[in-house]
Design a binder for this molecule. Sequence first.
Ligand SMILES: *Cc1c(COP(=O)(O)O)cnc(C)c1O
Length: 421
Amino acid sequence: MTLQERDKKHLWHPLTQHKLHPNHLAITKAKEALLFDDKGNEYIDGIASWYTCMYGHCNAYITSKVYAQMQQLDHVVFAGFTHEPAIKLSEELIKILPNNQEKLFFSDNGSTSVDIAIKMALQYHFNQGEKRGKIIALEGGFHGDTFGAMSVSGLSVYNGPFEDFFIDVARIQVPTKENFEIVKEQFIKLLSENNVAAFIYEPLVQGAAAMKMFDGRLLDELLAIAKQHNVLAIADEVMTGFGKTGKNFASEHLVNQPDIICLSKSLTAGLVPMAITSTTQNVYDAFLSDDIGKGFFHGHTYSANPTSCTAALAGIELLQSEEIQNSIQRIIKSHQTFDARIKNHPKVKETRQLGVIYALDLNVEMDRYGDLRYKLFRFFMENGVCLRPLGNTIYILAPYVITDKQLEKVYQAIEESLAII
Ligand SMILES: *Cc1c(COP(=O)(O)O)cnc(C)c1O
């Protein structure tokens, strides 16, 4: 039996209607920007396996560091104990995070980092005797699939069974030049009711909404207003973090810095799962008390797993290396050249780029999970390129180590795909 056949027996895949899509491609190996299947075919990982392995798959520097750590200390409970990988990671990560960030709280994935941010925000006000239970979020945002994260996500594609159980969320439109006065007015009105705990947003790029980009200056204005009302700003940088927007964090493009930041995905360079919710001293201090109940009683078994911390540390080292920084600039320029070549194509409606994130909207209407999406996906795979269109958007977010030749192959596949739609 092939891996694909054996897969079908016991496995249930994420985001999948198995009746319509029973087959899953077996990948046996990955190296740098390439994935290899069980038939020996290779594919350029144009989306860095959901924006994780930015320094390349099976990066030898990262795996060697992690291997050494595994032989030294595999895991220890992080309640009551500590260890150097977590300490060192805190020192190095705080250095590159926006200046106001001081404290790190560990969990396992992007969704839990968001749930933690929401719980922190709710308890921050609760501890100060304020009843604030509402979270403001942006329409079309995506923050994950656990209950809190799902509640604040605006992309409620198939959330029907759960909607009655969501936390209290008010949604505002993504600010644009056209709607800004209305959005701002609505935002101020919501805040003036004094029951808003936090405002959560993906800074500058809404990833799952098909790499929708928006003007940071408008977001900055909203953040300034939130501050005046003591509403905590939560930046979900799970996708945007670690260099993708051309700066280490998308929040660095803004003047007003968030109170809380969610990190995961490329935090651990695609090797092992981990997430971090970082906060300011001010947020942390609201949990300090002689009253034990004012502490943050949230914890995951694998909090601050030493091997994950080691992967993150090695990733941060690579991110700051000249080689990766040069590569980021190289990809930015390469995308710009490609953009000039394709943006006037009749089948292309709009293109956009921020840092190494490049997206183009096709001039066709289709569902987010519609048939054309699968047709395009198959076309790309047959051409040795792994791209996963979202609705009518094709986007590239490749590992920083992708070569110029591989980039050209991705561009060519996109150009050729326009002929089949
Ligand atoms: C992927 C993602 C999440 C959820 O992370 P998981 O690790 O899949 O739970 C949350 N927010 C953003 C912006 C993401 O891109």
